[in-house]
Ligand binder design. Sequence first.
Ligand SMILES: Nc1ncnc2c1ncn2[C@@H]1O[C@H](COP(=O)(O)OP(=O)(O)O)[C@@H](O)[C@H]1O
Ligand SMILES: [Mg+2]
Length: 247
Amino acid sequence: MIRIANVTKAYNENAKPAVNDLSFQVNSGEIFVFLGPNGAGKSTTIKMLVGILAQDRGTIEVAGFDNLTDSLEMKKRIGYVSDEPEFYEKMTAIRYLNFIDDLFEVPAEVRKIRIEKYARMFEIEDKLGNEISSYSHGMKQKLGIIAALSHDPEVLILDEPMVGLDPKSSFLLKEALRAFCNEGKTVFFSTHVMDTAERVCDRVAIINQGCLIAMGSFAQLKANSGEQNATLEKLFLELTDKEEMPR
Ligand SMILES: Nc1ncnc2c1ncn2[C@@H]1O[C@H](COP(=O)(O)OP(=O)(O)O)[C@@H](O)[C@H]1O
Ligand SMILES: [Mg+2]
């Protein structure tokens, strides 16, 4: 569960806010997609959700913990895949995964089963012994996803997770996200790719210039627009075009 209420964040005092009075709630068992053009404020929001940045105003709660006052307890329950994953390149992948699972205090037997499961799913099980420096961009992306899943978080937060994945891996990730949600957990991910959002999400929030401009299931968004045959892409372009919000 994620609750964000009236959150505003500017990178410096004179700048327009990167995120402007944002409020929404993501329920357990739900895949919630955060959709917006480049520079809309998606990564800024996500960095606040995972406890990397502090908001100027408003409140954020993830898995029942406040991001400012209970940051550590909150972080224990979050799996995070950054938009620019960084690794210790000289480590082997398996060493890296064990390092992450040490931080999250995952018991040895449990982590072994989970790492094997996800490595097999994303087809890098025979590459786990290799140095991360030898990994392609897509393989690193998969490693980041496995690391985020391997401590079995309550809430999974991913920033543009499909970028760099080939179609099959992207499909596998969507399956994994659905399975994760079916366990009553929460998935929140950002994308600027309409297609992805349309196919995977239970609900979508569209953000533009830091402001929330639409939220709901795809069917609701279509109903609101009065265009039953509209694609999400068409709605998205209309909404982000129309709402030239002064800031
Ligand atoms: N570290 C930073 N310092 C100053 N401005 C930033 C920084 N990061 C992002 N911004 C600005 O904040 C706005 C939102 O950026 P971001 O959250 O990265 O958008 P998105 O992830 O939707 O592409 C943009 O105008 C961007 O230029
Ligand atoms: Mg971003």
